[in-house]
Design a protein around this ligand. Sequence first.
Ligand SMILES: Cc1cc2nc3c(=O)[nH]c(=O)nc-3n(C[C@H](O)[C@H](O)[C@H](O)COP(=O)(O)OP(=O)(O)OC[C@H]3O[C@@H](n4cnc5c(N)ncnc54)[C@H](O)[C@@H]3O)c2cc1C
Length: 385
Amino acid sequence: MHFFEFTEEQKMLRKAIREFVEAEIAPKAAEWDEQDACPVDLMKKMGELGVNGIFVPEQYGGAGQGFVARAICLEEISRYSAGLGIAMMTHHMGPYPILLFGTEEQKKKYLPDLCSGKKIGGLAVTEPGGGSDFSGQKATGEKKDGGWVLNGRKCFITNSHIADVTVLTAKTGVDDKGRNKLSAFIVEKGTKGFEPGRKEHKLGLRGSVTGDVVLTDVTVPEDALLGKEGGGAKIGMEAIGEVGRAGMSAICVGILRGCVEEAVKFANERVVYGKPIAKLQAVQFEVAKIRADYEAARLLTYYAAGLKDAGIPCANEVATAKYVSTETAVASSKRLMDLMGGYGVINEYPVGRFLRDALASIPSGGTSHIMQIIMAANTLSGFQP
Ligand SMILES: Cc1cc2nc3c(=O)[nH]c(=O)nc-3n(C[C@H](O)[C@H](O)[C@H](O)COP(=O)(O)OP(=O)(O)OC[C@H]3O[C@@H](n4cnc5c(N)ncnc54)[C@H](O)[C@@H]3O)c2cc1C
């Protein structure tokens, strides 16, 4: 991609995904939201389109198309269902660390099924003690009889009840400064003592499953360790920092596009004083502001994804994109709601869902405060335009 233009391959991908989304997702999105039901079979079916392993190289069963392509998929899905968007985006957090840090055996064992849609992935890092306090995790991993025994509880985990392969972090020691040393593990569904726990009832991003993952004397073999012992913080932060947040950003670009499209539709259809409200200049200003939010979020999101594809460190750009996309998705969906008058609060229209989904996107993958801390640190340590 240039900064402002998709490649022909990316345009073809967008067309194919859009057709699929309009046929399979758009008609059902409101129902999934209302019933808080995750369409797992449909999610698996998207493996056939290449979505589930979009950035994974073809040699491991993926589509080999990178992170701009991934953002295209997530924007298109989330235009209609941000709930399914976060389920898919978190699925990607399973294969990503395996691809980056796994042994050849681990890649061959897990990636093809995660890409084809046969298996669903997940990443479990957050604990009841706090998600922002990443290093304060209490789940433990102890070496025993040539393997590991894992104990603890993770919370707010997307795909908690549907993931077949979960990458999780646990404390496996303390360094000489007394700080926790975390390690990452790959745990398969059905492993004794590894159970989904409480399921959350969420305000937004419904249609994705969010809940606890409970570890009670879970015994895994030595080769369940992902990367180096003590390397879990790096693995977790890289997965969340450059893939989780980038995913949330693309999801909110989808919500913002929904706001633009619904604003145009409503403003042209709603007639007051004998003419469509699109003729009122105050309404035009609101439409323009929603469009500006969409364009800003879109450019930041695809720019950060382009850097990732080019192998350029992009944690700051991803944090900026996540911050702007999530916050403007909240602002624009509220703006659209106001523009629609009484209709804005009627559930027949998707705008209420847009607002709830945007609000729920703010903590997911790290709060706006944490994004600002990253952006401020980057800026104050030597801003170079
Ligand atoms: C829908 C959803 C899906 C999620 N999916 C996953 C998942 O799949 N896997 C996973 O591991 N986690 C997941 N999470 C958890 C998410 O990453 C955490 O909610 C997030 O990191 C915030 O952690 P917390 O909720 O514990 O808030 P806390 O860390 O307790 O934060 C509370 C408040 O304190 C503020 N705060 C914290 N630290 C600072 C600081 N240093 N400076 C200033 N302010 C600060 C925060 O911004 C916030 O306002 C999900 C969350 C949601 C809502």
